[in-house]
Design a protein around this ligand. Structure first.
Ligand SMILES: Nc1ncnc2c1ncn2[C@@H]1O[C@H](COP(=O)(O)OP(=O)(O)OP(=O)(O)O)[C@@H](O)[C@H]1O
Ligand SMILES: [Mg+2]
Length: 362
């Protein structure tokens, strides 16, 4: 156990050491901090839009017990930030290292590690007071970030540990896909779904950052930023920083955002979608092949085309049966694209289904 403790502290002090050795260039370094880190919520109160989990965590900050937690939801919605902020508030900076074990996908997390590292950490007993006499929660927290990348045997090995050490340890599992967490673990945790951030909330955050960083912006620029990031605040902030870096006068315009995001929105895109559908409805397969190739060669992201085609198909004058056949194919194509399939072939196969459906008069 002693060896483990040494291991754990050595690991967690590393970043500090780096900072200390950075020496005279620290000022430069401070500027180079990515904005996602700079503007990561420092306390639970700063977490926007995830009211349920914030309410539970605030109760435990006031002294109530904390359940085992499972956070899931799309990227950039505040999962990691929330638990880190809560842990920091619960234990304060001195105790943090003793009381919190943070493991993410970059750490080895096979069954061996669960058996040794996690179990050993969970078995340590803890006091209900800080060294300075202030009360603090009588438990430790083990954060398993990106838990969906843990192997099933490793997850299974957690089950008993989670129960046995429930007196002194709380677990917080974080993942994007809850379906990849084995059932026995999900049933041991309070589940919280992190929602994609609402446009309004993202806008507020972005404007706040613009102000703090002295950026000039147009309203359309911010709207475009919110639109391309689809509820992922991390993506929005990263795009914002790239746009600020690229433009000398630091103005955030719609044009700059679209350039960076690599997605073209608005009219050009709609024209292209209309053209594609036109060919599906009235053209020949040869024409379709050329049109799809052009679209893909233009550099439009296939997932973007897919979501716009989806919107367009719903509006089309087709029967419900035709629409459902097409949208079912869209779901399959979406999955294939996520798995890394060829964009051209997937788009072509989708468009040919649209063509086939449109040619059936029912
Ligand atoms: N709800 C939120 N409130 C405030 N800031 C947020 C929120 N969600 C995301 N952010 C911003 O986005 C950045 C990334 O958030 P975080 O790392 O917590 O995302 P995540 O949900 O853990 O994503 P992933 O699933 O990719 O790990 C944070 O540094 C913060 O600036
Ligand atoms: Mg995370």
């Amino acid at each position: 156990m002693q060896a483990f403790l040494k291991g754990a502290t050595a690991q967690s002090t590393k970043p500090q050491k780096d900072k200390a050795t950075a020496g005279p260039s620290t000022e430069k370094k401070a500027k180079a901090v990515p904005w996602v880190e700079k503007y990561r919520p420092k306390c639970v109160d700063e977490v926007a839009f995830q009211e349920e989990v914030v309410a539970v965590l605030k109760k435990s900050l006031e002294g109530a017990d904390l359940p085992n937690l499972l956070f899931y939801g799309p990227p950039g919605t505040g999962k990691t930030s929330t638990i880190l902020a809560a842990a920091r508030e619960l234990f304060g900076p001195e105790l943090y290292r003793q009381r919190v074990l943070e493991l993410n996908a970059s750490d080895e997390r096979g069954i061996q590690v669960v058996r040794e590292k996690v179990k050993n950490f969970a078995q340590l007993t803890v006091a209900g007071t800080r060294p300075d006499g202030k009360p603090c929660p009588p438990f430790k927290i083990i954060i398993l970030d990106e838990a969906d990348s843990m192997t099933a045997p490793a997850q299974a090995a957690l089950r008993r540990t989670m129960e046995k050490e429930s007196r002194t340890t709380r677990f917080c599992l974080i993942c994007n896909y809850i379906s990849r967490i084995i059932e026995p673990l999900t049933s041991r945790c309070s589940k919280f779904r992190f929602k994609p951030l609402a446009n309004q909330i993202q806008e507020e955050r972005l404007l706040d950052i613009c102000e703090k960083e002295n950026l000039k912006y147009t309203k359309e620029g911010i709207t475009a930023l919110v639109r391309v990031s689809e509820g992922d605040l991390r993506k929005a902030i990263t795009f914002l920083q790239s746009a600020a870096r690229l433009n000398v006068d630091k103005e955030i315009t719609e044009h700059a955002i679209i350039e960076i995001a690599g997605v073209r929105l608005g009219r050009i895109m709609m024209d292209m979608i209309d053209n594609l559908l036109n060919i599906c409805f009235r053209g020949t397969f040869e024409k379709l092949e050329v049109a799809v190739k052009n679209v893909v060669d233009e550099g439009y992201a296939a997932t973007q085309i897919l979501s716009q085609l989806h919107e367009a198909i719903i509006e089309q004058d087709l029967s419900d049966k035709q629409k459902s056949a097409i949208t079912e194919k869209m779901a399959v194509v979406d999955k294939c694209l996520t798995d890394g399939a060829d964009e051209y072939l997937q788009m072509l196969s989708l468009c040919s289904v649209i063509m086939q459906q449109a040619s059936q008069n029912n």
